[in-house]
Design a protein around this ligand. Structure first.
Ligand code: SAH
Ligand code: SF4
Length: 392
């Protein structure tokens, strides 16, 4: 399928296949968990290390889903694996491709819940924006995901499974045995989809460890960015246990305004957040912290805000990513004018910080930050409308 024209698909209603006979899914198990699973089915202590490596490579390096294709394993062992396990990833329910090449996927996870995943191609990279939860327990007033009632944590398999699904769609798994190729269509991951990743820490950590593993998907920790609204006690753990880059949804320069926009601020205020960020270990200046700042007209976009922002973050190697607000139906805010955003960016830039204005991508398919929920609902509504029109 080419990316030259927008291709809109209605939401399909394919029932999700559940693992038959309670077979365990291997996707999302860490190496030690996979080891235990293989020991449980009778692999010997002597052989288990080699078997873990072999199965791991088939799943994460070559993208194989069928045990029978694991040709360096004895037929009997392959059958034994198939009796006990499945290799299952979330199911793609629909895909839309934007004029600009952005792809938005709707994927279905266990229980029939749906989350969205967005692939953004750029000249020097391809970024996959993945989700960590269905909905979000936090209630940031400008974010549509935060208005969604239902919340469930995704499992590690469902998180890394989003990456595997996108590699399937991009046709990016190498032929088994092919030499390692470092040029990638999917070269970066951002945890900026639905959910607060630091409220699902263990699963996010395990999934990202799998994505970073050198014998598998093998993405560098510097190519993974986790965005948090400011769950302060988990920030140091992110550096220690995942080691990825960090983005913070800052969005305001006074506690009064931040309390309203990002209510977690009432628990951990700007000062507590900045202290945690000052301690975030970095190996080089290229590992700056990204401050995300959504531009809301007459709420947080004044020159005084820009100057306050600069003085607050003094001493923190940072880049400020200005996000023009993506409006959604019924949103209580409007996007700042372009001139205002530019003036705000200039003040930050002149203080010595990079201040890119995020170019909205995939607007024609509503794939932008904070719009994910509305897009799903709209698709459902349109299907209903179609059925009503057809007298169904
Ligand atoms: N929960 C995490 C990650 C997901 S949100 C967090 O809040 O950081 C990813 C980014 O999109 C955050 O910076 C969030 O504040 C921003 N965002 C949410 N809704 C938005 C909207 N309607 N317009 C622009 N940015 C939005
Ligand atoms: Fe949750 Fe992030 Fe949206 Fe806030 S901005 S409601 S933390 S997804």
């Amino acid at each position: 399928m080419t990316a030259s024209a927008p291709i809109t698909q209605d939401v399909l209603t394919i029932p999700r296949k559940s693992p038959e006979g309670g077979r365990r899914n291997l996707v999302g198990l860490t190496r030690p968990q996979l080891r235990d699973a293989l020991l449980e089915i009778g692999v010997t202590e002597k052989q288990v290390k080699m078997r873990v490596n072999q199965v791991w490579q088939w799943i994460y390096q070559w993208g194989v889903r069928d045990f029978d294709a694991m040709t360096n394993l004895a037929k009997g062992f392959r059958a034994q694996l198939a009796e006990n396990f499945v290799i299952e990833i979330p199911e793609m329910v629909s895909r839309q491709v934007s004029n600009d090449g952005t792809r938005k996927y709707l994927v279905r996870i266990a229980g029939g819940h749906e989350v969205e995943v967005v692939y953004i191609p750029e000249t020097d990279r391809g970024t996959l924006c993945i989700s960590s939860q269905v909905g979000c327990t936090l209630t940031c007033s400008f974010c549509h995901t935060g208005t969604q009632k239902l919340v469930r944590n995704l499992s590690a398999g469902e998180i890394v499974g989003q990456v595997m699904m996108a590699r399937d769609d991009l046709g990016e798994w190498p032929e088994p045995g092919a030499p390692k190729d470092e040029t990638r269509l999917l070269s970066n991951i951002v945890l900026m989809g639905m959910g607060e990743p630091l409220y699902n820490f263990d699963n996010v950590r395990d999934a990202m460890k799998i994505a970073m593993d050198r014998e598998g998907i093998s993405l560098s920790r510097r190519r993974i960015t986790l965005s948090t609204s400011g769950v302060v006690p988990e920030i140091a753990k992110t550096a220690e246990e995942i080691g990825c880059l960090l983005a913070v949804s800052f969005h305001a320069t006074t506690d009064e305004v931040r309390d309203k926009l990002v209510p977690i601020n009432k628990k951990w205020n700007i000062e507590a957040l900045l202290n945690a960020l000052r301690e975030y270990p970095r190996l080089s200046n290229s590992e700056r912290i990204t401050f995300e700042y959504v531009m809301l007209k007459d709420v947080n976009d004044s020159d005084a805000d820009a100057r306050r922002l600069v003085s607050l973050i003094k001493g923190i190697p940072a880049k400020i990513n200005l996000i023009p607000f993506n409006e959604w139906p019924g949103a209580p805010y409007v996007r700042s004018d372009q001139d205002r955003i530019k003036a705000f960016a200039d003040i930050i830039y002149h203080a010595g910080y990079a201040s890119p204005i995020r170019r909205p991508r995939g607007e024609d398919i509503m794939a932008a930050c904070g719009q994910l929920k509305s897009a799903t609902e709209r698709a459902r509504k349109s299907r209903k409308a179609i059925e009503a029109d057809a007298g169904l």
